[in-house]
Design a protein around this ligand. Structure first.
Ligand code: CAA
Length: 240
């Protein structure tokens, strides 16, 4: 039977590329989205990938959402925690909501989702969890105390969960993309983005498909010896 992969934020941006490439690699894929129903419908029509709507920042939504998926499709073998938002502003202007929403969606979501699948993965002796972090969780970024904190948190979460499950056939890894050509960059002022692009030795933004390739590898049987690691993919902008 085909392995089942679930991708959060799986209908747009990097998540969309991950969903499509996991499907091409032979997995059954479920893409979870939250807000953009129109985009999700178009995505299913185009790719044949089924979508489910729920809010990964909310524990109860994840509980009922994953329960419905498992009931219909069976246990989840591969979980990609990709869903993320930005609310960029300097700390002295940041309100509590901008802080809290980013932490909940980008970091607490990892707990909310992993908590639903981990026991079943442990019982079955197989699992792949791939968390999408960011260059800005590694180096920090002006205007992103909320996002940088959440994405750095994802790296710690990944390393701890990897240790807890290493003997159970479950690997837990993070990918830390740099600046990738997606809708998320629409909120970055043009001049700022031009300056950032100049800092990338490769001289260009990344492509969602490039990140997806790495996720497909980490999901594979061949990546069984890689756990607790962070794959940095940023065109050389920040070297760790
Ligand atoms: N370093 C140092 N100083 C900076 C700076 C920087 N990077 N950016 C701005 N400043 C300075 C400005 O020069 C200005 O100084 P003065 O007051 O002396 O003139 C001051 O900070 C305020 O700047 P702004 O008026 O531009 O402030 P703002 O509140 O309107 O906007 C901002 C600030 C929101 C941070 C905006 O510059 C911005 O959006 N920056 C990009 C942030 C970013 O990279 N986000 C990534 C989004 S994509 C993503 O997150 C995906 C991923 O994983 C990579």
């Amino acid at each position: 039977m085909k392995r089942l992969a679930l991708v959060t934020g799986g209908t747009r941006g990097i998540g969309r590329a991950i969903s499509i490439q996991l499907k091409q690699a032979g997995y059954t894929v479920i893409a979870v989205y939250n807000n953009d129903e129109k985009a999700a419908q178009a995505f299913t029509k185009e790719t044949g990938i089924q979508t489910y709507q729920f809010d990964v920042s909310d524990y109860k939504s994840c509980e009922s959402g994953v329960e419905a998926i498992v009931k219909k499709h069976g246990p989840i073998d591969i979980l990609v925690n990709n869903a993320g938002i930005t609310r960029d502003t300097v700390l002295q202007k940041m309100n509590y909501e901008q802080w809290f929403d980013v932490i909940q969606t980008n970091l607490t979501s990892c707990f909310n989702m992993c908590r639903q699948v981990i026991s079943s993965m442990r019982e079955r002796g197989f699992g792949r969890i791939i968390n999408i972090s960011s260059i800005n969780g590694q180096k920090g970024q002006f205007g992103q105390t909320n996002y940088a904190a959440a994405k750095a948190g994802v790296l710690g979460f990944t390393k701890a969960l990897a240790q807890e499950n290493a003997t159970k056939g479950i690997t837990v890894n993070a990918v830390a993309p740099g600046y990738i050509q997606t809708d998320m960059l629409k909120n970055v002022p043009e001049q700022v983005l031009a300056q950032i692009t100049q800092q990338i030795p490769l001289g260009r933004l990344g492509k969602p498909e490039e990140i997806a390739d790495a996720v497909v590898f980490l999901a594979s049987e061949n990546a069984a010896f890689i756990t607790g690691s962070t794959l940095t993919m940023n065109g050389g902008q920040y070297l760790v």
